[in-house]
Design a protein around this ligand. Structure first.
Ligand code: UDP
Length: 331
């Protein structure tokens, strides 16, 4: 009987990590998680194997790779991931995200496995032109974005000097849930727009709309929201390309929907999908928020043969399903 290929998923007990592991398992891989449970949830691990370790520790990172059998790749998602918090705590963000990636890169190069790295549109900072192409110069404005750019650079050095195969997927704004509401986003505190909008609809605090004087059509920030199922689908095809040596000629790909949506438009969509008012109030701009971030996804479409299929309404509906179902039992 042939062994399943093992994929290590760092940050595997978190939102995107656990959704990715779910889809890997569905597609015949053996996902093995690595998490330090700083924000990931033990209850989400379920039947999967998980190394409880801190990736900033070189020795335990190398050991986890050595101990795992039949590993062919690592999907590296583990990171501190809140832009606003990173402004408050630059040392923690730069240290954690840089060292983790350095250790993952070394361990992957030593084990001869490929790395699919979860990068971010935060590496672009405030882009001069929209939509954002991968060739747009990186110019991060937050410590979070800077740490992601540093992580990309670390991987590039191992690609150049150690023959590592690696690809950066620069995520825009993932949202929604997977597996019929079994896997979704649950942060404490929650800072992301769609979970906060659904939370406000369900009777939480009214959502604060951060800024209504941006140079956008309705004055609120425009972002590129992508359904988690589409995002994870991109990982699967990217992984398959990475596993076929020589088939990938790029270092980074944007993963978004390619469509810009304003905060007001999210509120309107939520009212209509959920069938009721979403209490909200206007608030000052949030520090570090660029007016508009929208991906050009032509490269991802051409190179991966991938295309996002789900809508903003799906993201809102699916987040609502998760948060009123399984997520309630986890709190
Ligand atoms: N936002 C908002 N109220 C909230 C959360 C977010 O107005 O409670 C806005 C935020 O200013 C940004 C957009 O929604 O313009 C998306 O924010 P999110 O934190 O979801 O993602 P980011 O783009 O910062 O990674």
């Amino acid at each position: 009987m042939s062994q399943k290929k093992t994929i290590l998923v760092t940050g595997g007990a978190g939102y995107i990590g656990r959704c990715t592991a779910y889809v890997l398992a569905q597609n015949g891989y053996q996902p093995v998680l690595i998490d330090n449970f700083s924000t990931g949830r033990r209850a989400m691990v379920g039947e999967l194997t998980c190394f409880d370790l801190d990736l900033t520790d070189r020795k335990s990172t190398l050991e986890a790779f050595r101990k795992s059998q039949d590993v062919v790749g690592v999907i590296h998602l583990a990171a501190k991931a809140l832009v606003g918090e990173s402004v408050e705590k630059p040392y923690e963000y730069l240290r954690n995200n840089f060292l983790s990636t350095l250790n993952v890169a070394e361990a992957a190069a030593m084990s001869g496995v490929c790395v699919l790295h979860s990068s971010s549109c935060a590496v672009y900072g405030v882009p001069e032109k929209l939509p954002i192409l991968e060739t747009t110069p990186r110019s991060p404005v937050s410590p979070y974005g800077a740490a992601k750019a540093m992580a990309e650079d670390v991987l590039a050095q191992f690609v150049r000097h150690k023959g590592l195969r690696a690809l950066n997927l620069r995520y825009f704004n993932p949202a929604g849930s997977m597996g019929n509401g079994q896997y979704g986003e649950l942060h404490e505190p929650e800072t992301h727009l769609i979970p906060n909008v659904v939370g406000a609809f369900l009777g939480g605090k009214p959502i604060r709309v951060f800024g209504s004087d941006f140079p956008t059509p309705d004055g609120t920030c425009v972002r590129d929201y992508i359904h988690i199922e589409d995002l994870v689908g991109a990982h699967l095809v990217a992984l398959e390309k990475l596993l076929a040596p020589g088939s990938l000629k790029v270092e980074s790909l944007n993963i978004g929907s390619g469509k810009g949506v304003s905060v007001k438009e999210v509120l309107e969509a939520a009212s209509s999908v959920l069938g009721g008012k979403v209490p909200h109030e206007m608030a000052p701009r949030r520090a570090g928020d660029p007016a508009e971030l929208v991906a050009d996804i032509a490269q991802a479409k051409a190179i991966l043969g991938w295309e996002p299929k789900k809508s903003l309404n799906d993201m809102i509906r699916d987040h609502h399903q998760w948060v009123t179902g399984r997520a309630k039992k986890l709190l």
